[in-house]
Each structure stands twice: as structure tokens, then as C-alpha cells.
Write a protein of this length. Structure first.
Length: 299
């Protein structure tokens, strides 16, 4: 087969899935959700809030179920319960002897269980599988616009506040000293987390959204040593995995959301191996970005 035939065959292979409108919708939603989640995951990883992302993604389940029951867009209930869960975790942590991890564990498991109970009493109206694992191939026009608008809003906020958020992640004391309120930035980041979870829920569901808000940032953290580069690498990794996942699910006839997450896991494994191979040389060269956060902030 000559090169022209190979190019023609590759073009046909790439174009075939895009002939279907539901695949186009799924691809667009997956890309938007991946970009937003990847940006946010960088700060979640640096601050150590990965578990909080897990908590919020599960805690929104009652809101999603109630939205379906009442007949309002699921984003409304998810956003209310996402912000409510963050506020409740903070209240329990600040007003008791419990540490943050314990407060997170109690709140998110309780809210998630409440959501399961609500689903169990309305089985004819709600498909638990779609809520937990997403329904990427069944996205409507309303769902699509909802994801795009919320995703664009969250992305713009994160990009505009990236320097303040980065300083807050590495040195909240210094941020306060230069007139930046750590409390406000914390609230902004948590609000963005709630919005991001709402965006990603439409693509991959409650359970798998955890991977989207953790894995891209973790992968970028292993590959680069400056925050500015993380904010580029993480979205590129996430978008690449979204595209690969959609195409792989089409040709292998697998679940789209799960295939995207598997692709992210494979890339993370490769990044981990690369990180281990580079680690001795990095240590021999001197201090890394991990030991000098000020250098990372400056980038």
C-alpha cells in the first residue's frame, strides 16, 4: 500500500465516527470537561485537595436525583449540593475536633448514600447507571450548551486568577502578606470545583469524574517542574485522552467515559515511569521545583 492509500485509509478511519451527531456531541463535551477538570486538578494536586474533589463529586448525587424528580436541570441541584457539601465539610472541620479527612469522609459518604436511597425509591424515573457513569452518547442540545457555558465560565475564572491561585497553593502566608485573601481564594477554588464537577458529570458521571479532577494534574506534576507548564501539559493530556477514549470506545464498542479514564490511567503510568527514570538525574542536579515552590510561582 502506497503512502497516499495509507493517508486515505487514515482519513476514513478518523472521519467515520464523526459522521454521527451523537459522537460529535460526545467529543465536544468530553473535550470541554477535560480542559476544565485538568486546569483545576493542577491546583488540587498542589494544595492537597484531591480527596475534596472526590468528596464533592459524590456529594452532588442527591442534588442530581432531586433535580430529575422535580424536573429542573440537573446542574441546579448538583451545584447546590456541591457548594453545600464544601460548606458542610468546612463547618464540621472548624467546629469540632475532627480533622479535614474525617469530615470529608463522613459528609461525602452520607450524602452519596442519601442519593442512592433517593434513586432506589424512584427507580422508574431515574437511571442510576447514567448518573453514576455518565451518558455521553445521549447528550441533548440543552446538556451541550450547559456544559459549554459552565465550562467556559469556569475556565475564564481559573485563567484570570491563575497567579493568585498559584501563590495561594504554594505559600498562603505570603499571599496574605501581599494583600491576597487566602479565604476568598479558597472559596473561589471550591466554587470552581463545584462548577467543574457539574460540567464533568454530564460527560462521565459521578464515579468517574474523580479521575478527571485528579489524574491530569497528577500526570503533569510528574512530568514538569513549573506550575505554568503544568497548566499547559495537564489540559493537553486530558484532551488527548478524551479524543483517544472516544475513538477507542467507538471502534472497540466500550463505555466512552470509562475508556477515557482508562486512557488517562495509561498516560499516568507512562509519566510515572518517565519520572522514575529522570529522578536520579534531577536529584543530582540540585534542588527541584518541589523543594523551591517560589521558583514555580515565579514561572
Amino acid at each position: 500500500m502506497n503512502p497516499l492509500d495509507l493517508l486515505a485509509a487514515a482519513g476514513t478511519w478518523l472521519a467515520a465516527p464523526l459522521e454521527y451527531e451523537f459522537v460529535q456531541r460526545a467529543l465536544l463535551v468530553a473535550v470541554v470537561a477535560s480542559i476544565v477538570c485538568a486546569l483545576l486538578s493542577c491546583w488540587l494536586i498542589m494544595i492537597g485537595w484531591s480527596l475534596l474533589g472526590d468528596a464533592v463529586s459524590h456529594a452532588v448525587l442527591p442534588g442530581v436525583v432531586l433535580s430529575y424528580i422535580v424536573g429542573v436541570p440537573f446542574a441546579v441541584g448538583a451545584l447546590v449540593f456541591g457548594i453545600g457539601a464544601v460548606a458542610l465539610i468546612g463547618t464540621v472541620r472548624d467546629t469540632s475536633r475532627l480533622k479535614e479527612d474525617a469530615a470529608i469522609g463522613v459528609v461525602f459518604t452520607t450524602l452519596f448514600a442519601i442519593g442512592i436511597v433517593l434513586v432506589s425509591v424512584t427507580p422508574s424515573q431515574i437511571d442510576l447507571g447514567h448518573i453514576l457513569f455518565g451518558n455521553m452518547l445521549g447528550i441533548t442540545d440543552t446538556d451541550l450548551w450547559q456544559v459549554v457555558v459552565l465550562g467556559a465560565l469556569t475556565t475564564v475564572v481559573l485563567v484570570l486568577k491563575r497567579r493568585d491561585l498559584t501563590l495561594f497553593a504554594f505559600d498562603p502566608v505570603h499571599a496574605h502578606a501581599v494583600g491576597i485573601s487566602p479565604r476568598r481564594l479558597s472559596a473561589l477554588l471550591l466554587g470552581s470545583l463545584a462548577l467543574t464537577v457539574v460540567v464533568a458529570l454530564q460527560a462521565v458521571g459521578v464515579v468517574l469524574v474523580v479521575a478527571l479532577v485528579i489524574t491530569p494534574g497528577a500526570t503533569a506534576y510528574l512530568l514538569v517542574d513549573r506550575m505554568s507548564r503544568m497548566l499547559v501539559v495537564a489540559p493537553l493530556v486530558a484532551v488527548g485522552c478524551a479524543v483517544v477514549g472516544i475513538y477507542a470506545s467507538y471502534y472497540l464498542d466500550t463505555a466512552s467515559a470509562a475508556t477515557i479514564v482508562v486512557a488517562q490511567g495509561v498516560v499516568f503510568a507512562v509519566a510515572y515511569v518517565v519520572h522514575l527514570a529522570r529522578r536520579p538525574r534531577v536529584q543530582a542536579a540540585g534542588p527541584t521545583a518541589e523543594s523551591e515552590p517560589a521558583e514555580v510561582v515565579a514561572g
